[in-house]
Design a protein around this ligand. Structure first.
Ligand code: NAD
Length: 248
């Protein structure tokens, strides 16, 4: 909804990923003045459509729309972003169909790099419902010892310096400096911050951090593409759950 330029880029990337994989997709680009009721009606219609496996609402929404009401309206079985409270609860108990795409992408990067989370000190900086909280839960499920830091954390650097695995999801450009990182640590940068017309940087000061870290993800090109890959994985899962695979 509306014309957020970052949302436009994200939606285009998601549509392209669908097209590349042969997943049918529909986009509803609603004007900013659309009412909440109209948006909810559209979601309810898509919930019922047999040829649609997954529904996602690109955030942020305009201020007159209650984000929670919107996310709560998506059928949990079609909730490919995993933001519905039913799916959030399932993640908490460790019995889930969908995992929020960004934290799932981080876990996949860790796994594919041959890094074992069990017993490691993991520090997640950021406690949003979209990234920080589910990230902490997924690391916990893999037997990491997890600390969640946020805007009110005292002595942040003291905490981050203890991390064997450090995940930054803060939204402040170059926030994590080299001296906040334990030598040899795995550093995963979720941040995407636009600092100039065509320049994106992460939450980690890459130049400083790469000298200290044992492994580090770049921005762009690290967690971002993984997020989209995980959305595609959730969509396939949704097709299986809803028995809609191949019906279109
Ligand atoms: P958010 O604004 O909802 O949350 C930011 C978190 O950072 C908050 O929990 C806050 O407590 C914490 N924080 C703020 N200032 C802090 C400080 N000084 N010290 C410690 N913690 C502090 O953001 P979000 O949605 O979690 O996103 C975080 C970043 O990740 C953004 O840059 C966003 O663009 C990016 N992001 C990337 C992807 C991707 O696909 N790579 C997906 C989602 C978000």
């Amino acid at each position: 909804m509306g014309d957020d330029p970052a949302s436009r880029v994200y939606v285009n990337n998601k549509k392209k990923a669908c097209a590349d994989l042969g997943i049918y997709s529909e986009e509803y680009a609603l004007p900013a003045e659309t009412t909440e009721e109209e948006l909810l009606d559209l979601i309810k219609t898509l919930n019922k459509k047999n040829d649609i496996s997954g529904v996602l609402v690109q955030l942020p929404l305009p201020k007159h729309i209650n984000e929670k009401t919107v996310l709560d309206t998506i059928d949990p079985k079609k909730d490919v972003d995993a933001f519905h409270p039913v799916n959030v609860g399932k993640i908490m108990v460790g019995d889930f169909d969908f995992v929020p795409c960004t934290p799932a992408g981080v876990m996949e990067l860790i796994k594919e790099s041959g890094i074992d989370v069990a017993g490691k000190d993991c520090v997640v900086v950021g406690r949003s419902n979209i990234v920080g909280k589910p990230q902490a839960m997924l690391l916990l499920h893999k037997n990491g010892t997890v600390t969640i830091c946020h805007s009110k954390t005292a002595d942040l650097a003291e905490k981050t310096r203890k991390a064997d695995i450090l995940v930054a999801a803060v939204g402040i450009p170059n926030f994590i400096k080299g001296d906040m990182i334990k030598p040899g640590a795995v550093v995963i940068d979720v941040g995407i911050n636009r600092v100039a017309e065509k320049k994106l940087v992460g939450d980690v000061d890459f130049e400083e951090a790469e000298k200290v870290a044992g492994a580090i993800t770049p921005v762009p090109g690290g967690v971002g593409p993984m997020t989209i890959a995980m959305l595609m994985r959730n969509t396939l899962k949704a097709a299986e759950l809803n028995n809609t695979k191949g019906e279109k």
